[in-house]
Write a protein that binds this ligand. Structure first.
Ligand code: FAD
Length: 409
């Protein structure tokens, strides 16, 4: 393989890499995406949030996503024992899309990167980034599957390597997350429920009958399957591979709503486990590079915020980079790191209070003022950067006060 010269080298062809590559290519920049695997490949993270639609639209991908035939999604339902609380994302405080999709990521990610390639991005599958030299003219060392090594000379590198966390590892940027170590057991089940017996247009999150910090997801997908998973403290789900299926089955039968819908539903793929996924970095940028999506910070799956944060980060970094290429001085801390993390911190305030149970008190509070419910709904729909929403502008204080109101009687 010969050495390559491009404007931007992107590590990883997941949603963050696909959106960033499309936006930069559309603006006339040369982009090379290096992806270690071959697509389609399995990925977790199937429930999108409406906020992500704006970025798909901007990157010229919306029509392809609509035409792929994914399961329509308009909200989230939370279940605890016999209580249910339903949010319709169209009834929200913030402007913007109120609907989206629940997607098989193998298909979704392939649609996105194909659209990026159709718009001019060069994508190399089976190529792994091994090393980086940072600076004004960064260089990547890449290997292909035949063992050939070559160099990519770029003007800038975007790390969209997700849980691969290429630059955080190579540059020693990892920082503790402050999130306890949690894990998930999950699979897809055959979904043969009679029409109308469940609202397929919403993710359903059910809380374990005895432990408020343990929860299940049910994400109906197209083609008669539903994604089911259980999230808990890592020690709670620490079982050998051979016991995963029986453990998930037992957990599913232990929660009435999951049990009623899918207690006996056959698994359509081996039960998988993922743990210790929360991650953080010292900073989301450095000389000649920036980190996107999961390669930067990842909090927790409970509010399905991962892909939305990945797309938002791609959108912000691509625009900052285009300004830099146009000769403007970009302050990556002030223009990228701080504003991206502002929204991540909104989700963090919600996630932390989910696991203490406070957010659950808020969600299931029956006398909620409608305007406040619409503000909570906007964050759940992914509008975590809209500072007209008081629960975005000052999430911790607002949630603490609201929790007091909801538990007063
Ligand atoms: P990825 O989609 O992970 O893509 C990274 C790509 O980089 C991969 O294709 C990988 O092969 C490639 N790569 C890695 N290393 C290298 C290398 N050295 N060289 C070249 N290529 C490389 N998010 C949601 O939005 N909704 C959900 O419902 C949801 N549920 C989740 C449930 C669980 C249990 C977990 C753990 C996460 C969940 N997430 C969810 C989060 C979601 O999975 C991620 O946030 C999302 O996939 C991040 O996208 P990305 O583009 O940053 O990275």
């Amino acid at each position: 393989q010969d050495d390559v010269q491009v404007d931007v080298a992107i590590i990883g062809a997941g949603p963050a890499g696909a959106i960033a590559s499309a936006l930069l290519t559309r603006a006339g920049r040369s982009v090379l995406v290096l992806e270690r695997q071959h697509f389609p490949r399995f990925s977790i993270g199937e429930s999108l949030l409406p906020q992500s639609m704006a970025y798909l639209e901007e990157a010229g991908m919306l029509q392809a996503v609509v035409e792929a035939g994914f399961q329509y999604k308009n909200g989230a339902a939370f279940v605890s024992g016999d209580k249910t609380s339903t949010f319709d994302f169209r009834d929200k405080h913030s402007e913007g899309w109120g609907t989206t999709y629940q997607v098989e990521r193998a298909v979704f990610d392939e649609v996105l990167i194909r659209r990026a390639a159709e718009q001019g991005a060069q994508v190399r599958f089976g190529h792994t980034v091994q090393a980086i030299e940072t600076g004004d003219a960064p260089k990547l060392d890449v290997s292909d599957e035949a063992g050939n090594r070559y160099r990519v000379h770029a003007r800038f590198v975007l790390d969209a390597s997700g849980f691969g966390r290429v630059l955080p590892r190579l540059l020693d940027l990892e920082r503790p997350t402050g999130m306890p170590t949690r894990a998930a057991l999950f699979s897809h089940v055959l979904d043969a429920l009679p029409a109308g017996s469940m609202d397929r247009n919403k993710i359903c999150v059910a809380i374990h009958p005895e432990r408020r910090d343990v929860w299940y997801w049910m994400i109906p997908l197209a083609n008669g399957r539903t994604s089911v998973g259980c999230v808990a403290d890592a020690s709670f789900l620490d079982v050998p591979e051979a016991a995963r299926e029986a453990t998930l089955r037992e957990l599913m039968r232990g929660e009435p709503t999951v049990a009623k819908r899918f207690g006996d539903a056959p698994f359509l793929m081996p039960v998988r486990q993922i743990g210790g996924y929360a991650a953080n970095v010292e900073r989301l940028h450095g000389p000649g590079y920036a980190l996107l999506g999961n390669a930067g910070e990842f909090l927790d799956p409970v509010f399905s915020s991962g892909v939305t944060i990945a797309l938002r980060s791609a959108h912000m970094a691509a625009h900052a980079l285009l300004r830099q290429f146009d000769g403007e001085r970009v302050d990556w801390m002030a223009d990228y790191d701080v504003p991206l993390r502002k929204g991540i911190d909104t989700f963090r305030a919600f996630v932390e209070r989910w696991y203490t149970g406070e957010l659950q008190d808020i969600i299931f509070y029956e006398q909620q003022t409608p305007s406040i419910r619409r503000m909570i709904c906007a964050v759940l729909a992914g509008y975590a950067w809209d500072e007209t929403n008081p629960y975005v502008a000052d999430p911790e204080r607002r949630l603490n006060t609201l929790h007091e109101v909801c538990t007063m009687d």
